[in-house]
Design a protein around this ligand. Structure first.
Ligand code: E4P
Length: 218
């Protein structure tokens, strides 16, 4: 399972990269705005900066919602760096653009996916990744993890190569459950990855080992 971090914060990306388990980064317009990254030139430079930190795919989202606009923006984003994956929303023009990009060899991440039908369309169009937002489904008393399981089954039925990128991961149990179900990738905050480290028996065990060493070695 690949681990992506869902942020545009360079410090957090560096921290996750330093841990040695990071496979990529996802961003979105809200995450870019949160870091105060505005204006086309700054936004593009920020994507390049992210690519230079992480050794893996970096999703950069288009703003346009018409076919020509998505294609123009996506081609410009893809040219920035070979690690860029063009993030395209699950709308009619987006599906058409994903097919176009796929024919051109430009990799895509189909975002804002909330149903199996949408995931099926994204795969048919040739998306490299599909991003079902599990946390946002949980937020409205729906079941994000069941969606991941259903998409897994449909993709396996037909051998679709589109990777299931479990997005809107909010905590460590989401990561573990996604791994159990067979999501190819998860993207979440640094805390969801670091939470995997924690176990009280590890802490107490280490404390005892170190204390025993000290006792016998002075
Ligand atoms: C996916 O790529 C999105 O950037 C992200 O996972 C959305 O997460 P949120 O629902 O926590 O905003």
């Amino acid at each position: 399972m690949k681990f992506f971090i869902d942020t545009a914060n360079l410090e957090q990306i560096r921290e996750a990269q330093d841990l040695g388990v990071l496979d990529g980064v996802t961003t979105n317009p809200s995450l870019m705005a949160k870091e105060g990254i505005t204006g086309e030139a700054n936004i593009k430079q920020h994507y390049i900066d992210i690519c230079e930190i992480v050794d893996g795919d970096v999703s950069a989202e288009v703003i346009a919602t018409d076919f020509e606009g998505i294609v123009k923006e996506g081609e410009a984003l893809a040219k920035l760096h070979n690690q860029i994956v063009v993030k395209v929303p699950m709308i009619k023009k987006g599906v058409k653009a994903i097919k176009y990009f796929s024919d051109q060899g430009i990799r895509t991440n189909c975002t804002l996916v909330f149903s199996v039908g949408q995931a099926l369309l994204a795969a048919k169009a040739g998306a490299s990744y599909v991003s079902p937002f599990i946390g946002r489904l949980d937020d409205i008393s729906s079941d994000g993890l069941t969606l991941i399981a259903d998409i897994r089954q449909v993709y396996d039925n037909y051998g679709f190569e589109t990777e299931i990128l479990a997005a809107s991961v909010r905590h460590t149990m989401h990561v573990i459950d996604c791994a159990r179900i067979g999501a190819d990738v998860m993207t979440g905050p640094l805390s969801s990855i670091e939470g995997l480290l924690k176990h009280p028996l590890t802490d107490s065990g280490l404390e005892k080992f170190l204390a025993d060493y000290k006792k016998s070695n002075g």
